[in-house]
Design a protein around this ligand. Structure first.
Ligand code: UGA
Length: 436
């Protein structure tokens, strides 16, 4: 059986571990003892559909978890590095996790007799695998291509569908300088994915660049549709969804990622855009368009704020119900969530905030403590409020209707995703991107 180690058990590493764990002999490694403790009990430490199921299945198949990178854990065919690559205070990529892991691997690799492929799956700025990781791994006299191989294999999964995306990726990109190593990994992927699965073989730096290109392209689409939504907002009779639907019929544009909203959040687009901007500047290119994507996105929360102000005479002291706290549906992740930014702005305006989310209440409580009131049902959160703001497109909000909003003190609904349907003159409905 193929032997695999996965170092770093966040969304990418844990999804990969539990999927590969059904096909191979896998050890999942993370330095965080709480995470390891929970995983060893078979309990995921974040919410993701089917994660618990696959965790259980894989553990029955032999998946184990460890807190340490040992020589046994490196004596494997494939060692995936999936640690976080945040940005530092200056907005540059922070490679300290990757460097730390590379140092520990280098120390233990000396006594490993096999020739493992070290695979960088974390999102890293172009050049990192060969200019940063390789010198650390070779410091003790070991050589790439003799003692180990070094590959770059970016991940494209989305939170909220992480397991599904891991099992059915749209493409696999493998970058490396040793065709032996690239082919070895390609063969492994070919054995676990369907016959038609696309596997692209390239060099390390191209693989790294592809990841940033994908994320900046996707972020660009969102900022562009959000700009168009803000224009539609001022054009009575228009609806950005109709505009998106029709432009999406042009195959050159396509239908996906054209949903206008409060701006993108999450642990990827904001940090990757910023890291790419800093990197571009550092190599002598001023990326004006990337800057515009980023600032359009950070301004979008003010577009939401303006809609609230338009609907209320005076915002101070008003009771505002926020529906949806996670940065997108089907996750409890609130990192860079626009809901959190909006709540901070509203608290500054002395609003009383009550919140609801099917999964992200606890994470939000960790940020705001008793500054907000937390509710388990949409009925409770809406009761007596002056304004309801729909922020995250959770399935259950799509079912809300006239009767649900009638229990508000002043039925004003700001729908940033245009998912609720209310045709009642007594309810003031404002959809972001809908010109009235
Ligand atoms: C994103 C990419 O989609 C993944 O391909 C990539 O692997 C991942 O980043 C990463 O680099 O790790 P993710 O951030 O998990 O995935 O989730 P998305 O579905 O891309 O959503 C990001 C944000 O964009 C959310 O706030 C979402 O609400 C927003 N969005 C998305 C829109 O406002 N409109 C859309 O049409 C699509």
């Amino acid at each position: 059986m193929t032997k695999v180690a996965v170092i770093g058990l966040g969304y990418v590493g844990l999804s990969l571990s539990v999927f590969l764990g059904t096909k191979a002999d896998v050890v999942g490694i993370d330095s965080n003892s709480e995470k390891i403790k929970s995983l060893r009990k078979g309990v995921p430490y974040f919410y993701e559909q089917d994660l618990g199921l696959y965790l259980k299945r894989s553990m029955q198949n032999g998946l184990i978890f460890s807190q340490e990178i040992t020589k046994e854990s490196l004596d494997r065919d494939f060692v995936f590095v999936t640690v976080g690559t945040p940005i530092d205070k200056k907005g540059k990529i922070d490679l300290s996790n990757i460097k730390k892991v590379a140092q520990i691997i280098a120390k233990n690799l000396k006594s490993v007799r096999t020739r493992p492929s070290i695979i960088i799956k974390s999102t890293v700025i172009p050049g990192t695998t060969l200019d940063v990781v390789k010198p650390i791994l070779e410091k003790n006299g070991l050589k790439e291509g003799i003692h180990f191989d070094l590959l770059t294999n970016p991940e494209f999964l989305k939170e909220g569908s992480a397991i599904k995306d891991t099992i059915y990726p749209h493409v696999t990109v493998i970058g490396g300088s040793s065709s032996y190593a690239v082919k070895k990994l390609a063969k492994f992927y070919a054995s676990i994915y369907s016959k038609n699965h696309k596997i692209i073989q390239t060099n390390n730096v191209t693989a790294e660049a592809i990841k940033y290109a994908a994320n900046s392209f996707l972020a660009a689409r969102i900022s562009l549709i959000n700009s168009l939504a803000n224009i539609c907002q001022r054009l009575p009779g228009t609806n950005v969804d109709k505009v998106a639907e029709v432009i999406g019929m042009d195959p050159r544009i396509g239908t996906q990622f054209l949903k206008a909203g409060p701006g993108y959040g999450g642990s990827c687009f904001p940090k990757d855009l910023q890291a790419l901007i800093s990197f571009a500047n550092s190599i002598g290119y001023n990326p004006v368009l990337l800057d515009a994507i980023k600032s359009t996105n950070s301004d979008q929360v003010f577009a939401v704020m303006n809609l609230i102000k338009t609907g209320l005479d005076r915002i101070q002291g008003k009771k505002i119900a926020i529906l949806g706290l996670s940065f997108k549906e089907n996750t409890d992740d609130i990192r860079e969530s626009v809901s959190i930014k909006l709540i901070k702005l509203l608290l500054k305006q002395k609003c009383k905030i009550s919140v609801h989310d099917p999964k992200a209440i606890e994470n939000t409580r960790n940020v705001f403590g008793d500054k907000l009131s937390y509710h388990k049902t949409t009925q409770d959160v809406l009761k007596d409020s002056d304004c309801a703001v729909v922020m995250t497109p959770w399935e259950e909000y799509k079912k809300l209707g006239r009767k649900d909003f009638q229990i508000m003190k002043h039925p004003l609904v700001i729908d940033t995703r245009r998912i609720v349907r209310v045709d009642d003159e007594k309810i003031n409905y404002i959809g972001l991107g809908v010109g009235t």
